[in-house]
Ligand binder design. Structure first.
Ligand code: ADP
Ligand code: MG
Length: 381
């Protein structure tokens, strides 16, 4: 899979920018706060129709403007196409998606047209961060390849808001036996239905990701370390795909009902789950060294590359934002060799070139990023 060019309009600190990429390594050099991460963010945006960071679309519009546009030319085994996203805050907010010039109804319909693996220093949060950050990791990957998953997530989110609003109304009315409320029953049945589909897909994905991650971790550590990702229902109970998910959700609902009413929020469901990552059976977040945690994140990212290839038959693009300087020499070389060996299109940002000299020069295109402008340096390649 390739992205051969991008056009940005009023996106973050880019006013008007076009950029042609090479199929090998695209290297973006520049000082801090010039727009390197913003470019990476825009490319990723095309994969999923939203930002990878928890940021509102309004914040992505160049200050003082009313709209932004991202358009990319994509190449895959299906052929060449363009994907375009426009967001505007004029009289009313609107967001439109186009694929091959045709308007799409929902962001989900972008799924599969560009798959991206993003690796940045923030990814340490997969290990060290909150349950939400771990779910995010899984949700964003699955949403890129599965329209139905992305759709179910959006539906689930809406149901959850509606249920929570109802809980608050019931609380205000001091309803004592909410289990007899037919409206609540209706939401709960739907939440359990959609929620079970979401959890099921997550479990299937982990079943595929686990052997890939284990293989990568073993490669990176000379066979020393065994990594495993476990799925924790309600942040505590480990479950597998054989579990009766709907029954489990209904039971969790009954158990939490009184508390839900008290707090006006829903305390069960896929939005309350977590991942537990272990290394040789030991909780990596609590007991792993910094080095082990970093290696594990790299293994996860490499596993994502293989996972996407397994799902779509093609390698995704790889976005490496500011990470090469964080890896030790050995890991950096392993990563760069892999990219070149598998012919993965890659976008690397860095403040300086050092550490990248050994790459195959024919495959590299250099860019300089300065104050929201990208200048290509064809001559250096
Ligand atoms: N909506 C926006 N409009 C204009 N500038 C923005 C917007 N959002 C962020 N910026 C600017 O973008 C710059 C950060 O760019 P970034 O891509 O993170 O830099 P880096 O090159 O260090 O990765 C900052 O100067 C920030 O003020
Ligand atoms: Mg940056």
């Amino acid at each position: 899979m390739l992205i051969t060019s991008i056009a940005l309009q009023n996106y973050r600190n880019y006013q008007q920018q076009r950029c042609d990429f090479c199929p090998g390594i695209n290297l973006f050099l520049g000082d801090n706060a010039q727009g390197k991460t913003n470019l990476i963010e825009a490319i990723y945006y095309l994969s999923i129709g939203k930002a990878y960071r928890p940021v509102k679309d309004e914040q992505l519009i160049l200050w003082g403007k009313q709209n932004f546009m991202i358009r990319g030319t994509l190449e895959s085994r299906q052929g060449t196409t363009t994907a375009e996203i426009q967001y505007s805050i004029g009289e009313k907010k609107s967001k439109t998606f186009k694929l091959g010039g045709l308007a799409l109804k929902k962001a989900e319909e972008l799924s599969g047209s560009l798959t991206s693996v993003l690796f940045s220093p923030d990814n340490m949060s997969i290990i060290k961060g909150s349950p939400q950050e771990r779910r995010h990791f899984l949700d964003y990957d699955i949403s890129q390849i599965s329209r139905s998953y992305a759709k179910n997530l959006a539906i689930y989110q809406r149901l959850l808001v509606q249920r929570n609003n109802l809980l608050k109304r019931l609380r205000e009315k001091r309803v004592m036996s909410p289990e007899k409320n037919s409206e609540l029953e209706l939401w709960d049945a739907q939440l359990a239905e959609v929620g079970s589909k979401i959890i099921e897909k997550r479990l299937h994905t982990l079943a595929k990701m686990n052997p890939l991650t284990r293989l990568m971790q073993r490669k990176l550590t000379g066979g020393q370390e065994n990594i495993e990702i476990h799925y924790l229902f309600n942040r505590k109970t480990e479950i597998q795909s054989s579990t009766d998910l709907k029954a489990m959700l209904h039971a969790a609902r009954d158990e939490a009902l009184k508390e839900d009413l008290r707090f006006g929020t829903t305390q069960w469901g896929p939005h309350r789950d977590d991942l537990l990552i272990t290394l040789n059976g030991i909780h990596l977040k609590q007991y792993g060294s910094q080095g082990q945690q970093r290696t594990a994140v790299l293994a996860l990212k490499l596993a994502e590359l293989e996972f996407f290839r397994g799902e779509s038959g093609e390698y995704p693009i790889l976005l490496l934002d500011d990470v090469l300087s964080e890896l030790d020499e050995n890991r950096r070389q392993q990563l760069l060799e892999l990219i070149q060996e598998k012919a993965i299109q890659c976008f690397i940002t860095a403040t300086e070139k050092s550490g990248l000299e050994k790459m195959d020069k024919r495959q590299i295109k250099y860019f300089e990023v300065r104050q929201g402008r990208i200048i290509s340096h064809e001559m250096q390649a």
